[in-house]
Design a protein around this ligand. Structure first.
Ligand code: HMG
Ligand code: MG
Length: 293
């Protein structure tokens, strides 16, 4: 019998090495990226997004994806994830022994075009063979939907648009779908309305919240999501991050901030807060010009 007084479990999916670093102007040495992942690997995370197998012409910072994956010291308790926009990316991620991959769609046509050079429909057509191959290979596939409340090109996004893409990713076979509040400007009321629509398509236990923190509402948005039953939140150590195709967006909400907040609310994230703080210091040093590795 589970102990009713035991703290409820939540999970923070660490985004720092991928979302956190993808938007940095300085080309970060591969060794620094590896050192960051290695610090995170000892902090109690179950999932860490390490890199993206995307076009290096589009996102040069992720051009060393294979080298990063080859260089990290793998903790068998951790799933090391990578973004894959197409089959070329999937095959490279598989060769690099990614523990799981993520396909990433958009709730608006304009963001889809800016981020993937494809319409929503074209992007889903590219994702389908990834999911089929990953199933054969025994590699779990996570899905993202970006711009779930606000789009840098189209403004406010209707909740039904988000729900439609969530349904398509569910039909493809994603084991979990992360809801990307890419701009970090969505007010909690709008996140709540979006969740009302999305929960009609996917149960809370298969959803994750991915909040950027531009407006400073990310923790409020996490609270709203908790009240709707979500228990997985994406975050990046040091609050690093942003999307190159979402101008003006700040980083992901900081993992150390989310971990402390969830602990205050009585949730158990399983993280070693000192180890997370150490990784956050290192992430901030990377941003401010480079630690000694
Ligand atoms: P495209 O230019 O239309 O691609 O880009 P293409 O298929 O026409 O190929 C053009 C060239 O790219 C070819 O090389 C391909 O080999 C190469 P060339 O013959 O010219 O030398 N190429 C690749 N190279 C390496 N890996 C690949 C790959 N695919 C093609 N996988 C493409 C289409 C999807 C590739 C491009 O738009 C792209 O890479 N987009 C990724 C953008 C990105 O990474 N955005 C940030 C991540 S998403 C995000 O941050 C949001 C999230 O955090 C949630 C949230 O906050 O909302 C997840
Ligand atoms: Mg993001």
């Amino acid at each position: 019998m589970p102990d009713p007084a035991a703290p409820q479990k939540v999970e923070i999916f660490e985004m720092g090495p991928r979302d956190g670093l993808q938007n940095e102007k300085r080309q970060i040495p591969t060794a620094e990226k590896i050192a960051l992942v290695d610090l995170l690997s000892g902090a109690g995370y179950r999932r860490i997004e390490v890199t993206s197998f995307v076009s290096p012409k589009w996102v040069p910072q992720m051009g060393d994806a294979a080298a990063v994956m080859a260089g990290i010291a793998r903790n068998p308790a951790v799933s090391y994830a990578a973004l894959t926009p197409n089959m070329q990316g999937y095959l490279a991620a598989r060769a690099a022994r990614a523990g799981e991959v993520a396909i990433f769609g958009s709730a608006t046509e304009s963001f889809s075009r800016a981020n993937l050079n494809a319409s929503i429909e074209e992007s889903l057509a590219r994702f389908a063979p990834i999911v089929a191959a990953a199933k054969e290979d025994g590699i779990p596939v996570r899905g993202y939907v970006s711009v779930v409340t606000d789009c840098p090109y189209e403004g406010e996004v209707a909740p039904e648009q988000v729900a439609r893409v969530v349904a398509r990713l569910r039909e493809l076979g994603c084991y979990e779908i992360s809801l990307g509040e890419t701009l970090g400007r969505g007010l909690p009321e709008r996140v709540d309305a979006m969740l009302s629509a999305v929960l009609g398509e996917m149960p809370a236990e298969k959803l994750a919240g991915h909040f950027h923190d531009t407006g400073g509402w990310a923790l409020d948005n996490i609270d709203v999501s908790l009240s709707r039953g979500l228990r997985v939140f994406d975050a990046a150590v040091g609050g690093l991050g942003g999307c190159p195709y979402a101008p003006g967006a700040a980083g992901n909400v900081a993992s150390e901030k989310v971990a402390a907040h969830l602990a205050n609310l009585g949730y158990d994230s399983g993280l070693d807060l000192d180890a997370v703080a150490q990784a956050a210091d290192y992430a901030r040093a990377i941003r401010s010009g480079g630690p000694d590795v």
